[in-house]
Design a protein around this ligand. Structure first.
Ligand code: PLP
Length: 471
């Protein structure tokens, strides 16, 4: 399988070449040059597989430069009951008739990002050892991504993580999760500033090509194809659990921010998984809902990006959205380049409302959308707890609320559970008047010893820290 850029660059790459990279050379995102189609017989055979083996089957369609036995071993090492809490890995739970929650947040950091990041940690370690290389991952986080990356990379040979977070701004639980890691290859840097300062530092350090080369700086952000590909697996696993025969169709509702999660659903659908609708659920930051309703994609300024009670969806632009638009435009790289390169840069928006392709987003690709506000989030959490005794987190509540607006009789709706309520305790208390349950193993993590360095919001200071710790 060869990979191409969404912006039309002529070069083609293999999987292990793009694994450790970010953007393509022309600023585009990598995609496979075609989506493998799964036939009836194959899908029927996959029904009996354990999650790790299902992951191997799907991944091996996209990865042909890792020997099959090695790839299978990496999948089995990653998707184990001890890591993800159950043999099902992504278990389905029923709510009212025809509505399910698919549990994607039973990994080490209790959010769905573990599903892909745990595999990425093992792939990185494997590929770096094969090349005899090392990598220093530099990232900025306001919560879920940073902790998922640290738990995936902890103790991995050849990898160091330098994670910037805004000092004092993460939830007590998130701080405890990240800062209590004692592994020598994990470095927490609490920056005196806000999340944007952290991101600016990452950009400034990465823009210094000589420093970047010398210290082998890499990233694990959500545009990484390997992360997206790993997420395709749980769409298949959810479908298999919700149906008995391949004649049945299901819909998925996905709490969305950077469009990484639901883009994996799009890939699964392109592979032939019988998905009826892909429901894009947003919070008050409704960039994506606006596009799917109107055809206008309008990036928000920082000042227009709201801080909400589903903070992992607080985005100003959706960094993976370009992948879907590329497909929507019939894989026209030049046109994708003009929309995402030129027009977004100059005008902060583009408008496909008058273009016949816009109607295809719903008709041909199954996309619909909706949004959920703080009050609706609280109401959904309350209603789900009182009717079913199930406590859901704020992001999952957005998915459930919007998913219900797109129910079709006879078609199950699978809502992706993207985090556990304990991560967002304050809002759960506001909704239910009680503290969320704490999973086993997380008792008292707030009082564990911490490893964190508080530093000024200064790229040179961060560079000096990296240099000191890359002996
Ligand atoms: C990251 C995240 C999301 C958004 O996922 P995208 O892939 O960015 O759309 C939703 N919910 C939770 C809990 C997250 O951590």
């Amino acid at each position: 399988m060869q990979y191409l850029s969404t912006r039309g660059h002529p070069e083609r790459r293999r999987f292990c070449e793009i694994l450790l990279e970010g953007l393509a050379p022309d600023g585009g995102l990598y995609l496979p040059e075609r989506y493998p189609r799964i036939d009836e017989v194959t899908l029927a055979r996959w029904r009996t597989l354990a999650y790790a083996d299902l992951a191997f089957e799907i991944l091996s369609l996209y990865i042909d430069d890792i020997p099959a036995d090695d790839l299978r071993a990496l999948c089995r090492k990653t998707y184990r009951a001890e890591v993800f809490g159950s043999a099902a890995i992504a278990p389905l739970r029923g709510l009212e008739s025809g509505v399910y929650l698919e549990g994607l947040s039973n990994g080490p950091t209790l959010a769905f990002k573990d599903m892909a990041m745990q595999l990425l940690g093992n792939l990185f370690e494997y590929e770096l050892a094969r090349r005899g290389e090392a990598l220093n991952i530099l990232g900025a986080t306001s919560g879920d991504t940073g902790s998922a990356a640290e738990y995936a990379m902890r103790g991995k040979k050849g990898v160091r993580v330098f994670m910037l977070s805004p000092d004092g701004r993460m939830s007590p639980f998130q701080k405890a999760q990240m800062f209590s890691l004692q592994d020598a290859n994990i470095h927490n840097l609490a920056v005196r500033g806000v999340f944007d300062d952290c991101q600016d530092i990452v950009k400034a350090v990465s823009a210094d090509a000589a420093f970047k080369r010398k210290y082998r700086i890499g990233t694990v952000n959500s545009i990484n194809w390997a992360r997206l590909m790993a997420q395709v697996v749980y769409y298949f696993a959810g479908y298999i659990q919700a149906t008995r025969s391949n004649a049945e169709r299901v819909s998925f509702s996905v709490p969305s921010g950077n469009f990484g999660n639901v883009c994996a659903g799009h890939v699964a659908r392109m592979m032939g998984l019988p998905i009826e609708r892909l429901v894009v659920a947003t919070n008050e930051n409704d960039v994506l809902d606006e596009f799917f309703r109107t055809g206008v994609y309008r990036v928000r300024a920082s000042a227009d990006t709201h801080e909400t009670s589903s903070p992992s969806m607080d985005i100003s632009k959706a960094s993976n959205f370009e992948r879907f638009v590329f497909d929507l435009l019939g894989r026209d790289g030049a046109r994708t380049q003009s929309l995402f390169g030129a027009q977004l840069m100059a005008q902060g928006r583009f408008d496909l409302s008058a273009d016949p392709v816009f109607a295809q987003a719903a008709q041909r690709y199954g996309f619909v959308s909706g949004k959920s506000t703080h009050a609706e989030r609280l109401a959904t959490i309350r209603d789900t707890f009182s009717r079913f005794g199930v406590m859901i987190d704020t992001h999952t509540a957005d998915g459930l609320k919007v998913g219900r607006e797109h129910l079709k009789p006879g078609t199950p709706m699978i809502v992706l559970e993207t985090a556990l309520p304990i991560k967002f305790a304050q809002t759960i208390v506001e909704a239910l008047g009680r503290e969320p349950e704490r999973p086993a193993g997380f008792e008292g993590i707030e009082s564990l010893p911490r490893r964190v360095q508080v530093i000024d919001a200064d790229a040179d200071r961060v560079k000096a820290y990296i240099a000191e710790h890359c002996a």
